[in-house]
Design a protein around this ligand. Structure first.
Ligand code: HEC
Length: 117
């Protein structure tokens, strides 16, 4: 009985979710978190969020040479990065996601933590 009610709720809910997404174009699940602001933010957003959401980048902690290899790998896989922008991408990524930065807190669900050391 409980199962049946749950099922019915789930079915109705998913129908409404799909309908709302179609009608409004606004997904009901949380948006992919925004990239940090910076000079290359717009271009990184365009070039790098084509295939995957920002989270995969926000969670990464790499040194500058490693970001260089990462960007080159993504270019090889099809990312459209102007050769003139490559350095700016690597600067932006290595400045915002260096190895010494603490792991990304879950956005908007945890209060900011201070590092104790
Ligand atoms: C052509 C599609 C495509 C584009 C454009 C793209 N990526 Fe990726 N990226 C991938 C795929 C596929 C993976 C592996 C996904 C997975 O493991 O779920 C990936 C994974 C990653 C990872 C996780 C580590 C890894 O190597 O698996 C990072 C970091 C990353 N991409 C950064 C970037 C950055 C920065 C850009 C912009 C320069 C970018 N991506 C553009 C396809 C792309």
């Amino acid at each position: 009985m409980w199962n049946e009610a749950l099922n019915r709720f789930a079915v109705r809910h998913s129908v409404w979710t799909v309908a709302l997404v179609f009608l409004t174009g606004v997904p009901l699940w949380p948006q992919s978190p925004e990239l940090p602001s910076g000079p290359a933010q717009g271009k990184v957003r365009t070039a790098c969020l084509e295939c995957h959401e920002s989270r995969i980048i926000l969670q990464q902690r790499l040194s500058k040479p490693a970001w260089g290899r990462e960007v080159d790998k993504m270019i090889k896989w099809g990312a459209v990065v102007d050769a003139a922008d490559r350095d700016a991408f690597i600067d932006y990524l290595s400045a915002n996601f260096p190895p010494e930065k603490p792991d990304e807190p879950m956005p908007r669900t945890l209060s900011p933590r201070k590092r104790s050391h």
